[in-house]
Design a protein around this ligand. Structure first.
Ligand code: GTP
Ligand code: MG
Length: 136
């Protein structure tokens, strides 16, 4: 089965939405949470995680935001879970995200959009190795 790496971002922790978001993931039939940890990320880990965005105008503010509080990192396993959690999250911009999605229901601005989810099975394996080296 497939797996994906999910981060509940510092805004989710600040706003008390960790349980709500994990609940939505957990309720989805056929998915299983196989790793979970709360921690504050350092710049080195984030540089590797968001390396594809280095040099973009939103990169530095994104790095600051992602270090502004703890995140909850999870591995979720299940059939087509990469696509599935991206759909549950909704589009990057909360304004464009439909009600019923996590970003659509709770998102405010594009940078503070509550959740990260791997965008492909290949990204998922790279990100699992970064956040849970013991799970490779
Ligand atoms: P992640 O799951 O966090 O990777 O989000 P994503 O895959 O939906 O978006 P993407 O990888 O393109 O961007 C990573 C993160 O950078 C987003 O989740 C936002 O927090 C932020 N971001 C992306 N695009 C913009 C933008 O145009 N402006 C701002 N301010 N932030 C952006
Ligand atoms: Mg992304």
């Amino acid at each position: 089965t497939e797996r994906t790496l999910v981060l509940l971002k510092p805004d989710a922790h600040r706003r008390g939405l960790i349980g709500e978001i994990i609940g939505r993931i957990e309720r989805k039939a056929g998915w299983e949470i196989t790793a979970l940890e709360l921690r504050t990320l350092d710049a080195g880990t984030l540089e590797q995680h968001y390396g594809e965005h280095q040099g973009k105008p939103f990169y530095e503010p994104l790095m600051g935001f992602m270090q502004s509080g703890p995140v909850v990192a999870l591995i979720v396993e299940g059939e087509r879970v990469v696509e599935g959690v991206r759909r549950l999250a909704g589009p990057t911009d909360p304004i464009a995200a439909a009600p019923g999605s996590i970003r659509g229901d709770f998102g405010t601005i594009v940078r503070e959009n509550l959740i990260h989810a791997s965008d492909s099975p290949e990204s998922a394996e790279r990100e699992v190795a970064l956040f849970f080296p013991g799970c490779v």
